[in-house]
Design a protein around this ligand. Structure first.
Ligand SMILES: *Cc1c(COP(=O)(O)O)cnc(C)c1O
Ligand code: SF4
Length: 365
């Protein structure tokens, strides 16, 4: 990449941004005042990487960009977290493929991410190349080929969009050759954390593999930048529906106004809010967890108060591998004779009459 004669292109731009950045305490200390000993001790356990795009958005120590990527001493003092709280390994018939639900699987294809989020659910694996290989990807694809019940695959990692166009196309092409596989989803932080990687060339490749969906990962309204808007616009123009999966994070977005702004801004860049995740009980992330009541408060502040499109499902991925369970504010508050009593977004109660005929049939039983 250091070849100065290399013609500049959108591709080399993103590769440079993804290559350059902060990896050590010393790198970080060049920009912010930090306890270098602490940072290096933590990053030996859980790798740090901040690419130059994300770095350019970190305006001051402790802001939302900073908190998501800078190692914290609390990561080494987690009283309750476990390595694999969702028991993904227990539901993996072959390594790096999680088959938990009847008709869809999660396929982990690489270790690399555009940044390393300190709260990552897959902290046990991300950034660690020894857990990934092309042979394992092939094995995962073979598993899908041999399981005709699988009609949906979520390609994740790491971050699949950190692969080269060529490598990613190899995977997509192999998946598309499986007749029973109906849809392909890619889980990627890239539109948020390395938007320059969304090039016209990448989009031209991706659109050959429809129906293809992307779920991305924005957590704070400040992440909806002109660069991110450009990236999401290119993907949307390639016919790819984009969803967002945010994580509820203490001190970052555990505030109804912040979440509302995030959801509204996402819609404005053609991204549909899909999930808000309650934080998992992952080793080294306890300091990011909030109460479930906080999540309910946020959902209550969205529903009815703003566009329905801006209201994602709030889910808890059940510890032990129970899967995603939606958590909803209570709206059915009781019965009044044949009427069902419902609470609206303003806290007022309304009655909906059940159909009389159906009630008569029920009574006759
Ligand atoms: C989240 C997840 C899925 C996809 O769930 P949807 O609710 O369909 O988006 C599939 N498999 C695993 C293991 C997951 O964690
Ligand atoms: S980009 Fe996703 S997989 Fe990578 S560290 Fe962040 S949350 Fe984890």
């Amino acid at each position: 990449m250091s070849n100065a004669d290399e013609a500049p292109s959108s591709q080399t731009d993103w590769k440079i941004i993804a290559r350059d950045g902060l990896r050590t305490a010393e790198d970080l200390a060049g920009h912010f005042e930090v306890d270098e000993k602490v940072v290096d001790r933590v990053r030996e356990e859980f790798p740090m990487f901040v690419n130059t795009y994300w770095l350019s958005k970190m305006k001051e120590k402790g802001d939302s960009f900073w908190k998501q990527v800078v190692p914290d001493a609390a990561e080494l003092e987690d009283p309750i977290g476990v390595q694999d709280p969702l028991d993904e390994e227990g539901d993996s018939p072959v390594p790096n493929l999680v088959h938990r639900y009847p008709d869809r699987v999660l396929l982990l294809v690489n270790h690399q991410c555009p940044i390393y989020c300190r709260f990552c659910t897959r902290k046990r694996k991300v950034g660690q190349p020894e857990f990934f290989s092309t042979a394992l990807v092939d094995q995962g694809i073979e598993y899908i080929r041999n399981h005709s019940e699988v009609r949906d695959v979520i390609v994740s990692g790491g971050d699949p969009l950190m692969l080269s166009d060529r490598r990613l196309e190899y995977i997509l092409k192999a998946l598309r050759s499986i007749p029973h596989l109906e849809i392909i989803r890619i889980g990627s932080k890239v539109p948020c954390a390395l938007p320059q990687r969304i090039t016209p060339e990448l989009c031209a490749m991706l659109r050959k593999y429809h129906p293809l969906y992307i779920n991305t990962h924005f957590n704070h309204p400040d992440e909806v930048t002109p660069e991110a808007k450009q990236a999401c616009g290119l993907l949307a123009d390639a016919g790819i529906p984009i969803g967002n999966q945010a994580v509820l994070l203490k001190g970052i977005n555990d505030d109804p106004e912040v979440m509302k702004r995030l959801m509204q801004r996402l819609l404005a860049i053609r991204v549909r809010p899909y999930y808000i995740y309650q934080a998992d009980i992952v080793t080294g992330t306890e300091h990011f967890r909030t109460s479930v009541q906080k999540g309910l408060e946020i959902i209550s502040a969205l529903r009815g108060h703003t566009s329905g499109l801006a209201v994602p499902h709030y889910v808890i991925d059940a510890p032990g591998g129970g899967g995603k369970i939606p958590v909803l504010p209570e709206t059915v508050v009781g019965m009044d004779g044949d009427n069902i009593l419902l609470r609206n977004y303003e806290g007022k109660t309304y009655a909906y009459p059940n159909p009389v005929e159906e009630l008569a049939v029920e009574a006759a039983k």
